[in-house]
Design a protein around this ligand. Structure first.
Ligand code: G4P
Length: 530
């Protein structure tokens, strides 16, 4: 254990900012991430993260799946330093086939950045991920991207955001024109204009200060544009009729500061990053199962595992468990206890996720994410801790699966490896398992198609068990109180199954089937996970 005073540890923790970027595919998440990494000097040229995303650096057959599906794990955690802060960006795979890991990643962050395509507005995947952030009450910062393209009216976008996501919005800046006519941003928060077009950049000055009335003093080429008068009117309207700025509301996740910009042309990204870092919270205390709080500046090390990435390198069949540090300082080779099993272990093989490579951990404290090479000890949600007093963090929530498959062994003689594989993968949190109420058929559930592919691949490669998967399609899973259950309630439109803890639930064909059920059994209460 490094002999560090509490004050020193506290000071180091205060420099940490850990956040996820959420968006719908193609909104520009990769592009904006790259710009941030460029500012931090973590990569030298744009395209690095993108190249990983498109599989240029694919190393194993595991990567092959991701390559085909255009999903990245190599960039799932990126760490870099910027203006005295150490930033951990956690990626939430920007593909429709995202997985339960995507949701769980949101359990390990202190804030979220929501990237929206300003020509499209709020899209499906953004909505789903937003819901989880909202449930956690973490601050959410919005970046309305692609301003260099003709998009929707800014007011329209803000209105939609507030209505669809049920959150108040506070525009930190406001576009002056858009697409071909984009002149710049009227920055209400900093009381300045950030110029975009060369013809309105006077003497190389990109930032034009505004006076107390929010106007430019003296002559300036931008004042000759009619859009300048228009934005002054709009800004006035926002000041008078818009939401009030409140740091408390931001930190409670009730008000989202909205920034406009264009990631591709690197316009407004730096302003966004710097302002965001001012408001983004440092790592907070984490709650344990018995409702005590673990202070991030506690000298004893603790953390929880929120994601397990298996088979990164097929030669070694290794797995990486992603750990969010909650307190103390991580040092290679420290002795810890795995809370679930009361098992002592030494953490000797670990990795840090610097943007361009995996490096061994040098200095990791609360807020940081480290990777632990694992031979099968860890499960998702596990707590590890140092010291005499047992620590178990609150379990991670389970998310309601939306896709289902029946699964059988290809070779009925290989039942043993089939059961072993399924049970381990379920325990690990890779997939959810259900059984048909009467026939005991195995049904697996996932929030994204990718989980099925990973499941099939791992069953074959790690457990030597080939499986036959029969798609059951999209279903709405709703749990029912066993006391209220009558087995005749099940039908072809609402299949009755049990979860792995033997709790009964229905898999509804669609919303009509569920409504029909609600009408028929008005007293029966149906519940979802998250
Ligand atoms: P994602 O990670 O959210 O899926 O999005 P990504 O950054 O990959 O961006 C999706 C597409 O949108 C890319 O184009 C990217 O260049 C473009 N894009 C991102 N930000 C902006 C922006 O501010 N303005 C404009 N006009 N486009 C933007 P692509 O054609 O799919 O890829 P590529 O040909 O650029 O590689």
């Amino acid at each position: 254990m490094i002999n560090t005073s509490k004050k020193e540890l506290k000071d180091t923790v205060e420099t940490r900012r850990t956040f996820a970027i959420i968006s719908h595919p193609d909104a520009g998440k990769t592009t904006i991430t790259e710009q941030m990494l460029l500012f931090g000097g973590a990569i030298r040229q744009a395209g690095t993260v993108k190249a990983k995303k498109t599989g240029k650096f694919a190393k194993s057959d595991w990567m092959e799946i991701e390559k085909q599906r255009g999903i990245s794990v190599t960039s799932s955690v990126m760490q870099f330093d910027y203006q005295g802060k150490r930033i951990n960006i956690l990626d939430t795979p920007g593909h429709e086939d995202f997985s339960e890991d995507t949701y769980r990643t949101l359990m390990a962050v202190d804030a979220a950045v929501m990237v929206v395509d300003s020509s499209k507005g709020i899209e499906e995947q953004t909505k789903k991920l937003f819901k989880v952030c909202r449930m956690r009450g973490i601050p959410i910062f919005t970046f309305m991207n692609k301003l260099d393209r003709d998009g929707r009216e800014p007011l329209d976008l803000i209105e939609e955001l507030e209505e669809v996501l049920e959150i108040d919005a506070y525009p930190m800046n406001w576009p002056i024109g858009s697409g071909k006519t984009l002149l710049g941003l009227y920055d209400l928060y900093h009381n300045r204009i950030e110029a975009f077009r060369p013809e309105v950049i006077n003497k190389g000055e990109r930032f034009i200060p505004l006076n107390e009335d929010g106007e430019i003093d003296g002559d300036h080429p931008i004042k000759e544009q009619s859009l300048y008068d228009q934005v002054l009117e709009e800004a006035l309207l926002l000041k008078e009729a818009g939401n009030e700025f409140s740091e408390t509301a931001i930190s409670n996740g009730e008000l989202t500061p909205v920034f406009f910009g264009s990631a591709l042309t690197n316009f407004g990204v730096q302003t966004f990053l710097e302002t965001f870092l001012n408001f983004a919270p440092e790592p907070s205390a984490q709650k344990t199962e018995d409702d005590t709080m673990v202070d991030p500046a506690d000298s004893d090390f603790s953390g929880f595992i929120f994601k397990i990435q298996a088979n990164m390198d097929p030669k070694h069949r290794d797995r990486i468990a992603f750990l969010r540090i909650c307190s103390g300082r991580f040092e290679r080779g420290i002795d810890v206890t795995l809370s679930r099993l009361d098992k002592k272990m030494r953490l000797s093989n670990s990795t840090q996720f610097m943007a361009e490579s995996r490096e061994s951990v040098t200095d990791a404290v609360a807020g940081d994410i480290i990777g632990l090479y694992d031979t099968g000890n860890f499960q998702i949600g596990d707590t590890i801790y140092q010291g005499k007093d047992k620590v178990t963090f609150k379990p991670l929530p389970q998310f309601t699966p939306e896709l289902f498959m029946r699964v059988d062994p290809k070779n009925v003689m290989k039942q043993k490896s089939f059961h072993k594989g399924i049970n381990q993968l379920v325990q690990e949190g890779a997939i959810q398992l259900y059984k048909a109420y009467h026939t005991e058929d195995y049904i697996i559930g996932a929030v994204g198609q990718l989980q099925f592919e990973v499941f099939e691949h791992r069953m074959k490669n790690e457990y030597n068990s080939e499986v036959v998967m029969t798609p059951l399609g999209n279903k709405i899973a709703r749990w029912i109180d066993p006391e209220q259950l009558d087995e005749n309630m099940g039908s072809s439109r609402n299949m009755l199954v049990r979860d792995r803890f033997d709790n009964p639930l229905f898999l509804f064909e669609n919303t009509f089937a569920m409504r029909w059920f609600n009408d028929k059994y008005p007293d029966v209460e149906l519940t979802a996970l998250l």
